[in-house]
Write a protein that binds this ligand. Structure first.
Ligand SMILES: [Zn+2]
Ligand SMILES: [Zn+2]
Length: 281
């Protein structure tokens, strides 16, 4: 169906930051934009948004994956100052909204499996497995493109894989290298939390996720070099590995590990901003 659409509208997106220092994503069709998470001060968020060429005043709503500070510490401020509605799953606790200073009358519930429309975007939420009640991921679609955000989850399930397969762009957590975590400086309980079922996705789990999305390394050519093989029935054309740990992961390690995926994959260093677009220019 998507090949029949000849829209003139370009959809732009940006990872405004990912990792423990602050997470945020923006999606814009030119007239309306939506934000997923805000772990930054309002001034820093605005600086990042403007540096990527987006118009802050077009943001219509904020969707929050969960209420850990690196994802939500700046949500209350922008809700109050800019009058934005804040969507979370219905299972997030009310006292947490208060702590974050999110006005009650601007809180909106998006139940798992439900869809909310904002401008030309349709946003659907799904549960993640994290130590924050009501944590969720998002599938965002519009006529030109679709996106899936899977971060802050200790395990992945088939719903996440199915939604990712239907997306043009996948933002996938690749938080830690198991060996680096095991031998690294973190105290044992924290190590257990991170690699537990309600922690974060490891590099190995991210690779497994990508395999289930149809990506495999295949040997080809005379010197049998590895290339990326994507079973063509799936749609993903771009994967960003996000939410990297500073201590238990490294960009170069990931780039080496996923070299076989070529230009399909981009590793997003902690704190970095990366942008892209889909559709007619
Ligand atoms: Zn978290
Ligand atoms: Zn996080």
């Amino acid at each position: 169906m998507r090949f029949l659409i000849t829209s003139q509208i370009m959809v732009r997106y940006s990872i405004l930051g990912s990792g423990s220092s602050g997470n945020s994503y923006i999606f814009s069709d030119g007239s309306d934009a939506l934000l997923v998470d805000n772990g930054f001060s309002r001034a820093e968020l605005m600086r990042r948004i403007e540096s990527q060429g987006f118009d802050y005043s077009t943001i219509r709503a904020v969707f929050v994956t969960h209420l850990h500070p690196d994802h939500a510490r700046g949500v209350g401020t922008i809700a109050r100052k800019d009058g934005l509605c804040v969507f979370t799953s219905g299972r997030c606790q009310e006292c947490e909204y208060e702590k974050l200073g999110i006005p009650q009358d601007q809180c909106r519930i998006i139940e798992f499996g439900d869809a909310v429309s904002i401008g030309s975007f349709l946003i659907r939420s799904f549960p993640t497995s994290h130590d924050s009640t009501g944590s969720s991921g998002y599938y965002i679609s519009c006529p030109q493109a679709s996106f899936t955000i899977v971060t802050d989850t200790g395990v992945f399930d088939q719903e996440m894989v199915q939604l990712a397969r239907q997306s043009d762009v996948l933002f996938l957590e690749s938080n830690y290298d198991s060996q680096m975590l095991k031998t690294g400086p973190y105290p044992y309980p924290l190590k257990k939390r991170i690699d537990g079922p309600r922690g974060h996705l490891s590099n190995t789990q991210a690779e497994e996720f990508l395999n289930q999305c149809g990506f495999f390394a295949a040997l080809t050519g005379e010197n049998k070099s590895e290339i990326c093989y994507n079973s063509s029935k799936y749609r993903i054309s771009k994967v960003f590995l996000v939410h990297l740990s500073d201590t238990n992961n490294s960009v170069s390690l990931l780039e080496k590990r996923f070299q076989w995926m070529g230009s399909v994959i981009t590793v997003c260093p902690k704190g970095a901003t990366l942008s892209g677009s889909i559709g007619d220019q």
